[in-house]
Structures are given as C-alpha cells and as structure tokens.
Design a protein around this ligand. Sequence first.
Ligand code: SIN
Length: 309
Amino acid sequence: MTIADPIATDLTFAPVAGYIGADVRGVDLRESLDSEQAQAIIEALHRHKVLFFHDQQIDHAQQIAFSRIFGPVTASHPYDDDAPTEFPEILQIDNRNYERKFGVKAASYTNHWHTDVTPLVNPPAVSVLRANVVPDFGGDTQWTNLAAAYNGLPDSLKALVEGLRAEHRFGGRNPIFKADSSYGEKIRKAPLVSEHSVVRVHPVTGERLLFVTPGFTSRIVGYSQRQSDALLDLLFDEVATPAYTVRFRWRAGSIAVWDNRATAHLAPGDINHLDVTRTLFRTTVEGEVPVGVDGRPSVAVSGEQFTGK
Ligand code: SIN
C-alpha cells in the first residue's frame, strides 16, 4: 500500500512495517526542496518515525542542506574529532576507525539499542544517515517505535514509569569502548550526563514515549542499583520488542532519517569479524530539552546544551 501525503506533492510514503518506517519516492535530494515538499517530509517523519530514501547520490553539503529542513544542524558529535575540516557537521561512521578509538572492533559507535546522544540535556530531534560504502551482505540497522513500546505497557506499569526519572551517560551500564581507550579517556575528562523523564512527551505529536535505552540509560534515579537494573531490563525488553521494529538493508546512496525523540535504533553486530568496510555519514538536528508527562524538563548533570546552526 502506498499512502500519498495529504500535502500535494509528487512524494509518496509507503509503510514498510506494521509500527514504524516508510519508503519515500518522488524526490531528488540533489535539488533544494520547496516548502510543500519539506512540509510533507516533516509530517511523514512524525507519522512513520523513520523514512528511507533510495539511490540518492548526494554529497556532504547536500546532506547538510537537506538536514536543515528539520532545524539547525549541530556539530558532528560532542566527542568527535574526525569530522571533515570543511564539514564539521558530518559524523563519519566507519568501522575501520573504531578499533583505534574504542580498543575493540565495532561496526558503529554503540552496539546496543540507543537514541542518539541522550546523555545531552537536549538530545538531537532528528538524525540523517547516508550510506557511502556498505558490505555486500550484513551491516543492517534496525529502528524501534518508542510510542508503541509505551503503549504496550499495562496501565499500572505506565503509571509507575511516568513518575520516574533516569540518568543517561555515555556507555550506559555496559560501554562498548574500553575504559583505558582514547574514547574512554575523553569521556572521563568531560563527562556528559543528563537526567530525563522515563516517559517523555513528543513536542509535536503529543505521543508518550518510553525514553530509556541500554545504550545510554545507566540507572533509575532514587532506586538501588539492583532495583534499577531489574526495572531497566524489563523496559529495555519492551523497547526492543521485535513487532515494534523495522530492519533496513543499506545500499550506497540510501538515506535513513529518523525522529530521534520517538525512536531508538540498533547498529549492526554481524560484521565485526568480517574484513569489510562500512562507511556512513550522519548529521543531527538540534533538539529541545525533553519534558515528562508531569511537565518536568530534563536536567543536565554534567555538560551543556548542544546547539546547531
Ligand atoms: C547510529 O547509531 O547513529 C548509526 C547506526 C549505524 O551505524 O547503523
């Protein structure tokens, strides 16, 4: 089934899974978008949560220009120093670099379900990921719908978690990087830690979102570590419920755009033992400070807001 967007453009958005994800056709991202096209894409993103564009041979400047339809584009990442000199917005996700940075082989920058950069008090609103070199097989990414994860909870558990806050820090409970790696050292010197509501409210759609992930959420505030681990394990299982997910097979020129407030994603774990190259370029759009069901905003425990232009 292909659902034409209510705004009159040539764009179509075809759902690819029951809870999340749509293929986008009818647009060439080498061209600048008109306001109707941009609005149709933004509305579709809020509806489908992750959008997949195909065969888009664009460069860094065109990726940054496209990302700006969603808001100001930030620098690549708070801990990144590998961005191309002329494009400080571009995060290079290249499996060949992680052994040097993390002290272990990795396909991407975390090996757990995560929402991008939630240790920031204002995590990115939107992420845009463009594939440049991909292996012939393997290296897929998965996304999950955090509104579905919240909606699937029984009412009594919803009521409990709506009143809770959680700490988010780099590495979560099980960091991918070695503590004595250059990355571990960087994080120790300038920790980024924030406290977010366990259930945040989407600022545009009003949806309630289960906003915890194993990539970054380290503990429930006010709980003992044992209590926190037990509850987080349960919530992480809900977030990773297979029915709420979609899996994407990359080709060179594929682009995925996700609503980073309403989703978590999982980088591949199946190519670390293979002699392959996987290079993607990510841009992120400045996010607002999340707000819980009770109206309480997130707070920074360590670190500043990350803004863009
Ligand atoms: C990311 O976490 O933003 C990148 C995901 C991937 O490498 O598939």
